[in-house]
Write a protein that binds this ligand. Structure first.
Ligand code: SAH
Ligand code: SF4
Ligand code: F3S
Length: 471
């Protein structure tokens, strides 16, 4: 048994990251899942979604097949998120359901993994739940085959590493889409924003070697993928952990030269945003004009308390350069309301910034204290009622600008990559270069293709369109 430890998880040393090309091995366990099925439930950000694709790769490598039906599953994997209290609540709600199922069918194996499994207080609690069979953290998915075998032979396994972390390069992967793919470029985070749990749950920032990233993108392109999204908590801090000065702009340029039609990246941090990046984005047609640039607050005082290390002035300078150099760029953001000590005046400053930047979309959250982070100990006098009222005002403004930016697209033609059936009547959905979701009146022969689409209707969250061929 190896339990998480928040103090160890916080440590950062100069010690070099190991890039491991043979750490994953199934050592005679290739068939332990023969004739059995696994189900995977994923909460949280794209990083977790992509981790689940690796976990699927591992499960299928040892003989399991995937099911979406909980009643048929022999193994249920819950890949959790710890970012806010409601992420916890969702996972805990699901655990309740699984507990009932396990009472009826005790041969199901339940694996609890992901960011919640890196939290000390939480694991101390759920480790006592008899019906959770395997607990593993974000650093050791590659050992799931071993844990399954250990569980089958000896019973409950709990292994979580609170380490800075390495990079494991030889994991099998089963991707959710045949057309768009996530590509990790870096793991972990060293920013330690005072509210955030991620640096504790994911370890230190470690960049993958550019050769490995480029090889992966080339292989995806050769296999018909049309779009890659480069993934990391701070993609533009890529390479800061290298001994040389190769940086994210260099990587973007190299990825663009593979010729893959579409390249995106999330998430950028204003702190590491360089002019060189903007130059590369504006030069390469296959880097999509879409930037997600979390601001978090419009008040310099709050940004300082958050440990974000940029000012509103600096943030606005980046926005100005983006708008000037990248035609039709979409800009989206993340905003936290009700950070400890946020006054009405601070909050008004956030609204001011939204009025200035006119975001295409924003993800907005009420501050959620995370155990072990500095902000959780800060004095917080604002009532939840007041925080909810602020969030509602903010959302109203965000929605107004989201609709306005969509309205500008009406009757115009955009290239849309069609990626799957839409939940709307027989339509297919896809994305414009600037990341607007379009429900397109077309048939399945368009799947995986980039087609010209005329926008016929606009709403706050999506657009409707028709194929514009021949126009
Ligand atoms: N690495 C990214 C974001 C990661 S988490 C970045 O730095 O921008 C995604 C978003 O969740 C954050 O941008 C922030 O807005 C929000 N978030 C993180 N911790 C939070 C907390 N404790 N309470 C509320 N929102 C939080
Ligand atoms: Fe969290 Fe800040 Fe790191 Fe983003 S940059 S993951 S908000 S600590
Ligand atoms: Fe959640 Fe972990 Fe992502 S805490 S937001 S799943 S990095």
């Amino acid at each position: 048994m190896n339990l998480p430890n928040m103090n160890d998880a916080k440590k950062r040393t100069k010690q070099n990251v190991k890039i491991l090309y043979d750490d994953y091995n199934t050592s005679n366990l290739e068939n332990i899942g023969k004739d059995k099925q696994y189900l995977i439930l994923t909460y949280g950000c794209q990083m977790n979604v992509h981790d689940s694709e690796y976990i699927s790769g591992i499960m299928e490598d040892i003989g399991y097949t995937k099911t979406d039906d909980m009643d048929n599953a022999d193994v249920i994997i819950v890949n959790t998120c710890a970012i806010r209290e409601n992420a916890h609540n969702k996972a805990e709600g699901m655990l309740g359901r699984i507990k009932h199922l396990k009472e009826e069918k005790d041969n199901i194996i339940v694996i609890f993994c992901g960011c919640m499994a890196q939290e000390e207080g939480l694991v101390n609690k759920i480790n006592k739940y008899k019906w959770i069979d395997i607990i593993c953290g974000t650093h050791n998915y590659h050992k799931i085959p071993e844990y399954l075998s250990e569980y089958m032979n000896k019973g409950k396994v709990c292994e979580v590493y609170s380490i800075e972390g390495n990079v494991i390069e030889n994991l099998p992967v089963v991707r959710d889409s045949k057309y768009t793919a996530w590509v990790n470029i870096q793991y972990g985070c060293d920013k330690f924003c005072t509210y955030c749990i991620v640096p504790y749950t994911r370890g230190k920032q470690r960049s993958r070697k550019s050769e490995d990233i480029i090889d992966e993108v080339r292989e995806l392109y050769n296999n018909g993928y049309q779009e890659v999204t480069l993934l990391g908590q701070n993609v533009n801090a890529y390479g800061k952990d290298f001994d040389n000065d190769y940086d994210f702009a260099d990587l973007l340029g190299e990825v663009a030269s593979t010729g893959i039609p579409r390249i995106r990246f999330v998430t950028s941090h204003p702190w590491d945003f360089t002019d060189k990046m903007i130059e590369v984005i504006s030069k390469c047609d296959n880097i999509m004009p879409y930037i997600h640039l979390p601001i978090q607050s419009g008040s310099d005082r709050i940004l300082k308390l958050m440990g974000r290390k940029y000012t509103i002035k600096e943030y606005l300078e980046i926005i100005e350069k983006l708008r000037k150099n990248i035609p039709n760029v979409s800009i989206t953001t993340d905003i936290i309301v009700g950070f400890p000590g946020e006054t009405n005046e601070d909050f008004e400053k956030t609204l001011d910034i939204v009025n200035r930047v006119k975001y295409d979309l924003a993800y907005t959250f009420i501050f959620s204290p995370r155990e072990g982070t500095p902000a959780a100990k800060m004095k917080d006098d604002t009532s939840m009622e007041e925080k909810k009222a602020r969030l509602a005002r903010l959302n109203e403004l965000i929605n107004k600008y989201a609709l306005e930016s969509n309205q500008k697209m009406k009757d115009k033609v955009y290239e849309v990559l069609i990626i799957g059936p839409s939940d709307k009547d027989n339509k297919y959905m896809g994305y414009t270069p600037n990341m607007k979701l379009v429900n397109v009146n077309c048939d399945e022969t368009m799947l995986g293709k980039i087609v010209p689409v005329k926008i016929t209707e606009v709403k706050t969250w999506s657009l409707d369109g028709e194929i514009a061929s021949g126009e």
